[in-house]
Design a protein around this ligand. Structure first.
Ligand code: HEC
Length: 117
């Protein structure tokens, strides 16, 4: 009886300890991102990084302020339109035509968030 109670108490403490541990590390990693930015980040890292991680064909590198400075002044709406329809050596939607216009908007939103101070 006593052993069983002690065991479950121990398990409870252990579980909450592990849960708290996971929580705090998760929080420090993702707390700064809103759901929109988190979704945008996943699209950018999963798709757009094919070119935008290394400047393939001259694609502006995500997080590189110098490369984005002039582009960003066009405003988000224009950038999203260019990303949807394609621009220069970037094909429409980067070639990922399965992405919705809304998803492109989320991705561009994340790209812009990476060049803010
Ligand atoms: C096949 C390579 C490639 C992929 C994949 C790609 N891009 Fe691009 N992207 C480019 C290139 C190249 C440019 C520069 C085009 C230019 O200005 O001539 C560019 C430019 C841009 C710009 C700046 C447009 C402007 O008006 O200055 C945005 C925004 C952008 N890409 C968003 C995205 C998003 C969002 C994705 C993922 C859904 C993506 N790109 C995927 C190659 C790519």
């Amino acid at each position: 009886m006593f052993n069983g109670a002690l065991m479950s108490l121990f398990t409870l403490i252990l579980v909450s300890f592990i849960a708290t541990g996971c929580d705090s590390s998760e929080t420090t990693k993702t707390a700064a991102l809103s759901p929109e930015l988190q979704q945008g980040k996943e699209i950018v890292e999963g798709r757009c990084f094919a070119c935008h991680a290394q400047s393939i064909n001259g694609a502006p590198i995500v997080g590189n302020k110098k490369m984005w400075k002039t582009r960003a002044t066009q405003g988000k709406a224009v950038l999203v339109e260019h990303a949807i329809n394609g621009i220069g050596l970037m094909p429409a939607k980067g070639g990922f035509t399965d992405l919705s216009d809304e998803e492109i908007g989320l991705a561009v939103g994340y790209m812009l968030s990476q060049i803010k101070e």
